[in-house]
Write a protein that binds this ligand. Structure first.
Ligand code: NAD
Length: 319
């Protein structure tokens, strides 16, 4: 496993990291013991960065992850969780709520310190509240030594500049972007020079586009349009005929970007995380990659979006 420095933090994170949302049943029912084994497998094979949120499975992901972490020494992993989102339509980025949220997450996770606490999906919040209320509350927690670093997460990449343009240096340490650097989208890559100028560490999530680039396809809550699913399926089927699992290419494509510190992949199955780690260590098949990118070209950067109107990217949604 390779490791990269996460921006200006002192965290050297594995280039492939573990996203624990599936432990909350987000992608289907999960056997708790199997989920716990998945976490252990990830850490035993060199993954040292784990991401979760109270929102995933209505706190279940944090609870199951907490059980898994009981068996792992605290210095073997960096732990990131989130605050501000508590249900599909339930957001509260007030100072009081995010402060209480840290205590609740620590209790569920069985830890007394969070390495990175992130404002969860700020496209659903007014930038003004994040800048003037939420981030100052997180700075107090960081100064008190309760958390190591502060992050923001979101789907439209515009949310990052909306906030970073308004805060001083050293307030936000990391950004977590999802579904915007994957085989069918490269919007995050275009933003990297800007993010580097703001000295923030870059976390990429969802290399398969939350299931889009898998043989199983997307779960029913997914916002991908029928066109996205149709074109993605062509890419999946092409890989299958070439004898390659598209997940392999999806993981390799993401971890190969030198300016993305880490890519979070989610799964509740030990064999999947083991395969993903193996993929991350093998060289990418450039010829296959070119062909798959060509198949995906009709939907390239035509992704779904969501959030308050002021926070949306100017995308051309795929029909
Ligand atoms: P993902 O692209 O990692 O895909 C997960 C899906 O791929 C699951 O259905 C899983 O079973 C499947 N999968 C994984 N490895 C596989 C393999 N080897 N073979 C077959 N199928 C495989 O999407 P994700 O889980 O949503 O994203 C990863 C993590 O990133 C999340 O768990 C979460 O921690 C984080 N994330 C954060 C945000 C946010 O902060 N807003 C949003 C999305 C994701």
């Amino acid at each position: 496993m390779k490791y990269r420095r996460l921006g200006q933090t002192n965290l050297d994170v594995s280039v492939l990291s573990y996203g624990a949302s599936p432990l909350g049943g987000v992608f289907g029912n999960v056997n708790e013991d199997v989920g716990i084994r998945t976490v252990h497998t990830a850490v035993d094979h060199g993954i040292n960065f784990i991401d979760v949120s109270p929102y995933y499975g209505d706190t279940k992901a944090e609870t199951v992850l907490g059980k898994a972490l009981q068996g792992i020494a605290r210095d073997r992993y960096f732990l990131a969780t989130k605050c501000g989102q508590y249900g599909q339509e339930e957001f509260d980025f007030s100072a009081a709520r995010v402060t209480r949220s840290l205590d609740e997450s620590c209790a569920r996770l069985g830890v007394d310190y969070i390495d990175v606490l992130q404002c969860h999906d700020i496209e659903f919040a007014e930038a003004d509240q994040i800048v003037n209320e939420t981030l100052p509350a997180l700075v107090k927690l960081r100064e008190a030594g309760r958390i190591g670093y502060i992050g923001i997460t979101g789907l439209p990449v515009k949310v990052f500049s909306n906030v970073l343009d308004q805060v001083g240096p050293g307030i936000v340490d990391t950004v977590l972007s999802f579904c915007r650097y994957e085989l069918n989208d490269s919007a995050l890559a275009d933003m990297i020079p800007y993010l580097q100028s703001k000295n923030v560490g870059i976390i990429n999530a969802s290399p398969t586009g939350m299931g889009l680039l898998t043989p199983r396809g997307v779960p029913d809550w997914h916002l991908a349009t029928p066109t996205m699913c149709e074109v993605a399926k062509k890419a999946v089927d092409f890989c299958t005929t070439e004898g390659v699992d598209i997940v392999k290419l999806a993981v390799q494509y993401c971890v190969a970007h030198p300016d993305i510190a880490t890519t979070l992949v989610g799964t509740s199955k030990p064999q999947n995380i083991e395969a993903n780690i193996r993929y991350a260590e093998e060289p990418i098949d450039q010829e296959l990659l070119s062909k798959v990118l060509e198949i995906l070209e009709p939907i390239h950067n035509h992704n779904f979006t969501r959030g308050l109107p002021a926070n949306l990217d100017e995308l051309i949604p795929a029909s």
